[in-house]
Design a binder for this molecule. Structure first.
Ligand code: 13P
Length: 254
């Protein structure tokens, strides 16, 4: 069985006190498990503090983005080497908001995926279609192409360790969730794409999250589906009690 991964993407929310308070509320209540891991991706400015607060906790820490080079004159950026140095384990790559507002492309996503692995960071690679693409039945071709480009020149050994987040853009922050059936169908198509690029072995190992208005009320149904191995959660991950419920759902859904 693939280990589930429930990740909270805080986006650009919380003050330092709110971030610390959240961490202190959940750190002893999320239990280590063979079957599920819980990750919090705070704004970069809080990564160091959360690494310390979660030091003895089962909760892992991820970044929301990073640059693709180790260092350089890139004002405002955070490098993969810096994340590795802090002990961060995950990094979200190519979130649709990064693609939409910060000019990230399939090519920069691919560079960042390679850079993440070079620094022992597990990338959570985001793919997803717009409403217009969904309505014109392009979902599978759009996400397949995003996957193909994100994984370009990546070895099978590394590909196996990657996490893919399927986040339909129209479902992000809108309260509209893809039905569990639709989400599973697209996640299945993504897995199939990985199989055609690599092998069944790699496709069976890759973990695929669903993201887009996930909350405690709908996560169980999503996780009950064959190809959905976790969730990337925005809004609902800001509330400690909701995040605990989301992580717990990962342990008890069959
Ligand atoms: P919401 O859960 O707020 O819809 O955000 C989803 C998302 O973008 C997670 O990365």
């Amino acid at each position: 069985m693939r280990k589930r991964i429930i990740a909270g993407n805080w986006k650009m929310y919380k003050t330092s006190i709110e971030a610390a308070d959240f961490a202190d509320k959940i750190k002893d209540r999320i239990k280590t498990s063979e079957h599920v891991e819980a990750v919090i991706c705070p704004p970069a400015i809080y990564l160091g503090d959360l690494m310390q607060r979660f030091e003895t906790s089962a909760v892992k820490v991820g970044a929301q983005t990073m640059h693709d080079t180790d260092e350089g004159a890139f004002t405002g950026e955070v490098s993969p080497a810096m994340l590795e140095d802090l002990g961060v384990q995950y990094v979200i790559i190519g979130h649709s908001e990064r693609r939409q507002y910060f000019n990230e492309t399939d090519e920069t996503v691919n560079k960042k995926v390679h850079a993440a692995f070079q620094h022992h960071l597990v990338p959570m690679i985001c793919v997803g279609e717009t409403l217009e693409q969904r309505e014109s039945m392009e979902t599978v071709s759009v996400v397949s192409e995003q996957v193909e480009k994100a994984f370009a020149d990546l070895s099978a050994d590394l590909a196996k360790q990657a996490v893919i987040a399927y986040e339909p853009i129209w479902a992000i922050g809108t309260g509209k969730t893809a039905t569990a059936e639709d989400a599973n169908e697209v996640c299945g198509a993504i897995r199939h794409k990985i199989e055609t690029i690599y092998s069944k072995d790699v496709a069976d190992a890759v973990r695929i999250q669903y993201g887009g208005s996930v909350k405690p009320e709908n996560i169980e149904e999503l996780l009950s589906k064959e190809h959905i191995d976790g969730a990337l959660v925005g809004g609902a991950s800001l509330d400690p009690e909701a995040f605990i419920k989301l992580a717990e759902a990962g342990t008890h859904v069959e």
